[in-house]
Ligand binder design. Structure first.
Ligand SMILES: C[S@@+](CC[C@H](N)C(=O)[O-])C[C@H]1O[C@@H](n2cnc3c(N)ncnc32)[C@H](O)[C@@H]1O
Length: 213
């Protein structure tokens, strides 16, 4: 195995290990945070070359099912912003915020923002475990290949709003959480009306936040 392949394989294993640990015990995030940030900061310049064109097919299938177009969208763990651009193109008129832990990813996302979306899409560096937004700030929060922090997700999704968790390679995605685990955690945090989607090898889960907790 070449050195670059070995490094990529170790990176994928580390991402899965981190996901499992943090979903089981969110407080462990402080141990993993700096390594995760370092890992994705390094990957930022080459991230898009690692994406398949159909990487967001399952996310898009879930977005097809939203009962109405959201006006305030958060793309959490946005990386180079590709899924944020998907949402902005689909929901004409929506304000879209892409958030990432790694400043280098945010930099790439800003550089890649198409001029026609620049007025409605912005990117911020922040930690999904502690978001700088008010309670109920978004009527859609979407995650593509990102570790879910359930309590923060429940806090920032508005009552009656929606959440989509998507994984581009289904169970083969390095950052992946089994759907039954997602449903259990989300139910405990006030989400319901779950729907599963599959497309192009990817999976997605759509959930609605209850009108009150
Ligand atoms: C696997 S990449 C996915 C990027 C993008 N969503 C995509 O699918 O192309 C995960 C991204 O989440 C970011 N990330 C990881 N933990 C985070 C956290 N706690 N808060 C915000 N971003 C985080 C990483 O820096 C990385 O850019």
């Amino acid at each position: 195995m070449r050195l670059a392949e070995l490094e990529a394989s170790l990176g994928r294993r580390f991402a899965r290990l981190t996901t499992n640990a943090v979903v089981a015990r969110p407080r462990l995030w402080r141990v993993f945070r700096w390594l995760t940030r370092a890992q994705f900061s390094r990957l930022a310049p080459v991230w898009d070359s690692m994406r398949r064109p159909e990487a967001f097919a399952a996310l898009e299938r879930a977005l097809d099912e939203l009962p109405e177009a959201p006006k305030r969208v958060l793309d959490l763990g946005t990386g180079t912003g590709l899924a944020a651009f998907v949402a902005a193109r689909r929901f004409f008129g929506a304000e879209v915020v892409g958030v990432d832990l790694a400043a280098a990813m945010v930099e790439q996302a800003r550089e890649r923002t198409p001029p026609e979306l620049a007025e409605r899409v912005r990117f911020e560096q922040a930690d999904g475990a502690r978001l700088p937004f008010q309670d109920g700030a978004f009527d859609l929060v979407q995650l593509a290949n990102m570790i879910p922090f359930f309590a923060e997700l429940a806090r920032v999704v508005a009552a009656g709003g929606h959440l989509v968790l998507s994984f581009s390679a289904g169970p083969e995605t390095p950052i992946w959480v089994p759907p039954e685990r997602l449903r259990r955690e989300l139910s405990a945090h006030g989400f319901a009306d779950f729907a599963d989607f599959e497309a192009e090898g990817g999976t997605a889960l759509l959930a609605r936040k209850g009108d009150r907790l």
